[in-house]
Design a binder for this molecule. Structure first.
Ligand SMILES: Cc1cc2nc3c(=O)[nH]c(=O)nc-3n(C[C@H](O)[C@H](O)[C@H](O)COP(=O)(O)OP(=O)(O)OC[C@H]3O[C@@H](n4cnc5c(N)ncnc54)[C@H](O)[C@@H]3O)c2cc1C
Length: 498
């Protein structure tokens, strides 16, 4: 049964990151009559852009598609820094009055759906005290990774290392690395951001990678964006740049997937031009996988390559055999001396912020359910979640999902429904990975995410154009079972959806 002493909200959103603010905006604009609260475990909003504080932290997809369609981005650079993105999220929340609805330092632990009342009972903890909420609708905008700890492989002998080991997810405040010998382990977006950002201050910096990643330079700013900003009203310029950039990214992705051989060759040629003559491109920048089997990394104005060219940074492709007091002994036998080792070794995948979800007291796990249009779960009533793209800006899909959620709530309100449950019916679905990447963080946790199928509406597409078309053309009620609980079970003050 739903808890009668609990705080009631029509809609509970968990997470005040990019997606949480987007979803709050879409739901509150479409249905202003609904009460809603955003529960956020941290003391500030911004999610990823509040958590990560390492030097140079920035977006690695273009900021015009990472920002919201409803709030023009105010700069002209292609990428934005972490603090700029956090500020933008805060501005959006303040502009649309969402900030008043956020309860900070409130970590959601569990959520149980009661099918007699069509209400969620959500248990959270704030200041060490348990808090209980009830809500008709629950939306997880909790991102995709564990906030508590990043992924750190078990490096032999790491305890004997006399220097400092830092994971980028827990960057110490005022961390002093001036004049130090630094080794960054990793070759992903974080490692390639850290190297140029730290190189000027360190005595020496090495990027130690087990295997290479595809890395492409992108222009830090482009003349068309600058011209559009100068000549057109802000919202129109934003829309045009956003649309153009989303199509360029999608075009690049499709080109890489359709023509892996040609794209490999193109990337190699570009990379080679950016590196010093005679540099061993094939050892350090030729991955074993095809482009976009793993997220393709980009560097604004080729900053990583410039740092390598300047001689301030070295790339070493080798394995960690063991740590010593002075540094790292590699598989080849070479020893890298270090005062500081940064383990840019990735994230731990986590669905729904680790919230224990149950239905009528029966626990349920994300991977037991097929995702419905990438934002709801098969057989789980009144529950939605936001997961963005991995091959394009997160917000492109986050916003489609947020609009689809708001549209569903509108439909429910118009018809007086109190529950909506995606059902597969008689369909026998073939399973397909939800995150179409071979990256370590995906492979390490195959059961962390909901399942995807190969047919709509149960597939998770990685194509913004098709998803946008699907959103405008699809029937809101397709494959959804709606219903209304008996009036006696409902609080008369509540609307049908809420
Ligand atoms: C270093 C880094 C760089 C990235 N760069 C890009 C990029 O350039 N482009 C791109 O598209 N994507 C990028 N991503 C992916 C990035 O996470 C998304 O862009 C986007 O910020 C995700 O927004 P979100 O709101 O969905 O999730 P998050 O930003 O992760 O926010 C989730 C929020 O939910 C809260 N939360 C989680 N669990 C609970 C709970 N149980 N109770 C209460 N609150 C909870 C968290 O505290 C957080 O505030 C990057 C990720 C990382 C780690």
């Amino acid at each position: 049964m739903a808890n009668t002493d609990a705080i009631y909200q029509d809609v509970l959103i968990v997470g005040a990151g990019l997606a949480g603010i987007d979803t709050a905006y879409r739901v509150s604009s479409e249905l202003p009559q609904l009460s809603y609260t955003v529960l956020e475990q941290r003391a500030a909003m911004g999610g990823t852009w509040d958590l990560f504080k390492y030097p140079g932290i920035r977006s690695d997809s273009d900021i015009f598609t990472l920002s919201y369609p409803f709030l023009p981005w105010d700069g002209t650079q292609t990428m934005a820094t972490g603090p700029e993105i956090k500020k933008y999220i805060e501005e959006a929340a303040a502009k649309f009055g969402i900030d008043r609805h956020i309860r900070f330092e409130t970590k959601v632990l569990s959520a149980d759906f009661d099918s007699a009342t069509d209400l969620w009972t959500v248990t959270a903890v704030h200041d060490g005290e348990a808090q209980v909420y009830t809500a008709r609708q629950l939306i997880a905008c909790t991102g995709y990774y564990n906030y508590e700890a990043g992924y750190e492989p078990d490096f032999p002998g790491i305890e004997s290392f006399g220097g400092q080991v830092v994971h980028p997810q827990h960057w110490p405040e005022d961390f002093d690395y001036k004049g130090k010998k630094v080794v960054v382990i990793g070759s992903g977006a974080t490692a390639i951001t850290l190297i140029p950002s730290m190189a000027d201050d360190t005595a020496h910096i090495t990027m130690l990678q087990r295997s290479p990643t595809y890395i492409m330079p992108v222009p830090g700013s482009d003349p068309l964006t600058v011209a559009a900003k100068k000549l057109l009203p802000a919202q129109i310029a934003h829309n045009l740049t956003r649309r153009r950039n989303s199509m360029i990214t999608l075009g690049m992705y499709l080109y890489c997937r359709r023509f892996p051989k040609a794209s490999r060759k193109t990337i190699r040629t570009i990379t080679q031009k950016m590196l010093p003559a005679g540099y061993d491109v094939d050892v350090h920048f030729k991955p074993k996988y095809e482009p976009w089997d793993q997220r393709l990394c980009v560097v604004p104005d080729g900053d990583l390559f410039k740092t390598i060219r300047s001689g301030k940074a070295e790339v070493v492709t080798d394995t960690v055999d063991h740590f010593t007091e002075r540094g790292i002994v590699l598989g080849s036998g070479r020893e890298l001396e270090a005062d500081i080792v940064i383990t840019a070794t990735g994230l731990k995948l986590l669905a729904f912020g680790g919230v224990d979800v149950s239905i009528d007291g029966a626990p349920t796990k994300p991977h037991e359910h097929f995702a419905y249009r990438g934002f709801m779960l098969q057989d789980v009533p009144n529950f939605a979640f936001i997961i963005g793209y991995t091959n394009a800006s997160w917000t492109l899909r986050a916003d489609i999902s947020a609009r689809a959620i708001a549209r569903l709530y509108r439909y429910m309100a118009d018809h007086g429904y109190t529950h909506a449950v995606p059902r597969t019916g008689d369909l026998v679905l073939e399973e397909h990975p939800a995150l179409d990447l071979t990256s370590g963080y995906v492979q390490r946790s195959p059961d962390a995410m909901p399942k995807a199928a190969t047919v709509a509406p149960w597939m998770i597409r990685h194509n913004y154009l098709l998803d946008s078309l699907d959103y405008t053309r699809s029937d809101v009620a397709d494959s959804i079972e709606f219903g209304t609980v008996a009036a006696s079970a409902q609080d008369p003050e509540r609307t049908a959806v809420g």
